[in-house]
Design a protein around this ligand. Structure first.
Ligand code: ADP
Length: 669
């Protein structure tokens, strides 16, 4: 990977400023030191009466008068005497002496030793005359001294600063602008060849089909423009995180064998207004030079948000977006430049971005279905050594809701797991452990629960499992465990789906709520008190009940009225109420009623099967983890049910090892 403009890392900028600061300080100190040395070594000021005394004592050899000062040069004799009198007790005076002698050596005896303020004194001339001192009325070169001072204190430091600054500017502009402002220095990557093809992207067949056309256009733009067809300028890849949007964009570049530029939408926007816009300009300039090529902007929502001025807006983002729109309008598609952008929040994008001629194609890259998951697992398992026990289909069935990046991660975790256990190949067990690690975190071996807590958690989990087994319309139990996990679960029940489901019936949803509340019901039944462990179950049960009422039209009271709509479909799927406050209160009441009925049902089921509950819980406390088979065996024994026939046995076997993502959220603690 060719990291183009990363020379201007923020650290470099900070370093740059640091160096400039230090240089400025150094120059200032140097100038000040030099100046004070100069001043300190020149004539010393004395009082006027002392000067008169010197004249009377015939110590003065020469006097020169300026407009406001009188400069005094001593006779050799007087100077030697003074030097002997003032003992060299300080560094300053040593410097002064050396300087004085040096100056005297250079200029003969003419450099003045003292100066005093000019006082209007008629007797002075006569006194000087009497003492035999030479005197002249000329100014001792004050102009040139003034210029010298000006040069040292002002011109020299400014010139030095300018020199240092210009050196920095030149150095930085080579890597992308002064202090990184202006150029697209932000994490822009350029790959000459991505090496990724559509074969590396599993599933997502519809998306690949749409993009195939784009590849063809990059290969052969003339074919399209020949008949006057307008080529697409950009395509927007929409889908949840981790579904392979970046991978698809890279595959387009790989298939078309063109360079791939990528950067994140957030990298455009900075503190300074105008920076983003200039980065967009710079990006397009660079892309033009490399055309045909693909420019991939990840998280385009960071700059492409609707330009909403109602709340004050964001100048920088708006300018950046405007620049992007202008660039997209401006470029000529025949050059073979294609902009691909990815987002998981298409609903907040500015409509201007989506109009024809800009990102006119929208390609949905959704979560993979069962077949897609199998294919993704196969792609990633290609380079991993696996033994014959591995059944990727079972893993795919167990991971409904997982996206490509989850699955890739699971295969890798499994491989690491195998290495950790000193094996050369990955087994199905490793894969399932990896699924669990990705879903609920690692086992928390160091957490020691008290005996009482273990009992409560056991009853809680068996409560869930038993309610599952006692109801129709539920998925069979696969595993019950009270080993805590790092992601917060103190224990959980896993259920096995028999096949991938795209729809849920009302009965199934109702059964789900009863199962979710089964844990709490067991606690209350056995311990006559309740714990905090059911928080997640309650949240899940409430969510299901509310959705049934507000979105699925499954309540008698509201019937088919749509009371909530989904926002952020590709992110958290958050719902927003579409009704008045009074209706909202009524909805709450309905939810409450539904939950109460479900809870009563769970308690009833468990109370009727108290013996099974106790026996299974005791077994779980002893073993910590039990399989669905062991669970069902005790259950059947207690209930006096016959063992399943061959076929049933086969079915359980077939399901073995399948778990689902749902129970983790549902089974809470
Ligand atoms: P997104 O851009 O949608 O957030 P990425 O393209 O960055 O997701 O996907 C992250 C990783 O997940 C990829 O590098 C790849 O290893 C894996 N991945 C995701 N989707 C797929 C897929 N459809 N086929 C193969 N691998 C995938």
């Amino acid at each position: 990977m060719d990291n183009q403009n990363n020379k201007n890392h923020p650290n470099n900028n900070r370093q740059g400023w640091g160096i400039i600061l230090v240089t400025t300080l150094l120059v200032t100190f140097m100038v000040m030191g030099f100046y004070s040395l100069m001043r300190g070594s020149g004539p010393e000021e004395i009082s006027y009466d002392k000067f008169l005394d010197m004249v009377d004592d015939k110590k003065v050899a020469e006097v020169s008068l300026s407009s406001n000062r009188i400069y005094i040069t001593l006779t050799d004799e007087a100077r030697t005497k003074e030097a002997q009198e003032s003992a060299p007790d300080s560094m300053d005076s040593v410097i002064n002496q050396i300087w004085g002698q040096a100056a005297a050596g250079e200029n003969g005896d003419s450099s003045p030793d003292y100066y005093t303020a000019y006082v209007s004194d008629d007797t002075l001339v006569e006194r000087l005359y009497k003492s035999g001192a030479e005197f002249k009325g000329e100014v001792p070169d004050t102009m040139s001294q003034m210029f010298f001072e000006l040069f040292v204190t002002l011109v020299l430091p400014i010139a030095l600063m300018a020199l240092v600054l210009s050196w920095f500017i030149r150095k930085m502009s080579k890597g992308g602008g002064m202090m990184g402002v202006g150029k697209s220095n932000a994490k822009m990557y350029m790959e000459k060849e991505t090496g990724v093809t559509f074969q590396d992207v599993a599933g997502e067949d519809e998306a690949k089909e749409s993009l195939q056309e784009v590849v063809d256009f990059l290969h052969n733009p003339g074919k399209y423009s020949g008949i006057g067809a307008k080529l697409p300028k950009g395509a927007l890849l929409v889908g949840p995180p981790g579904t392979g949007k970046t991978l698809l964009a890279k595959a387009v570049a790989g298939e078309a064998k063109v360079p791939f530029f990528s950067l994140s939408g957030s990298a455009f926007v900075e503190m300074y207004v105008g920076v983003g816009a200039s980065r967009v300009r710079d990006l397009f300039k660079q892309a033009y030079q490399q055309a045909p090529c693909i420019v991939f902007i990840d998280e385009i929502d960071a700059i492409g948000k609707t330009r909403d001025t109602a709340l004050g807006g964001n100048d920088e983002r708006e300018q950046t977006l405007n620049q992007l729109l202008a660039e997209m309008d401006g470029f000529d598609t025949n050059k073979g430049l294609l902009i691909l952008a990815a987002t998981n929040r298409p609903e907040i994008l500015d409509p201007a971005l989506l109009r024809p001629g800009r990102f006119d194609r929208r390609i949905i890259v959704d979560k993979p279905d069962l077949k897609g998951r199998i294919d993704i697992l196969k792609v990633h398992a290609k380079d991993v050594r696996m033994d014959e026990s591995v059944d990727l289909e079972a893993i795919a069935l167990a991971t409904s809701g997982a996206v490509g990046s989850d699955l890739a991660n699971m295969i890798n975790e499994a491989a690491i797991n195998a290495v950790k256990h000193g094996r050369q190949v990955v087994s199905q067990k490793d894969l399932f452990e990896a699924v669990e690690v990705v879903l609920v975190g690692k086992e928390k071996k160091d957490r020691i629960m008290s005996k009482e807590e273990r009992r409560i958690v056991s009853y809680h989990e068996v409560g869930h499992a038993l309610v599952t087994a006692l109801q129709k319309n539920t998925e069979p139990v696969q595993k019950i465990t009270i080993v805590p996990r790092t992601m917060g679960a103190l224990g959980y029940v896993m259920q096995t789906p028999e096949e991938e489901k795209f729809l849920n019936t009302k009965k199934e949803l109702e059964a789900m709520i009863v199962v979710a509340l089964g844990g709490r019901a067991a606690e209350e039944l056995v311990f006559d008190t309740v714990t905090t462990g059911a928080a997640n179950d309650i949240e899940q049960a409430t969510k299901t009940a509310r959705t049934m009422i507000t979105q699925y039209g499954m309540s008698e009271k509201f019937g088919l009225m749509g009371l909530e709509s989904i926002q952020n479909k590709y992110l958290d799927g958050r719902a927003v109420l579409n009704c008045g406050d009074a209706t909202a209160a009524e909805i709450d009441e309905e939810v409450m009623k539904m939950l109460k009925t479900a809870y009563a049902e769970a308690k009833k089921l468990l109370a009727e099967n108290r013996e099974a509950l106790d026996k299974i819980a005791a077994f779980l406390i002893e073993k910590e983890t039990i399989t669905g088979k062991e669970f069902m065996k005790i259950f059947r024994e207690v209930k006096g049910l016959p063992e399943p026939d061959e076929e049933g046995e086969e079915k359980t076997k077939e399901r073995e090892g399948r778990i689902t993502m749902k129970p983790v959220e549902e089974a809470g603690i």
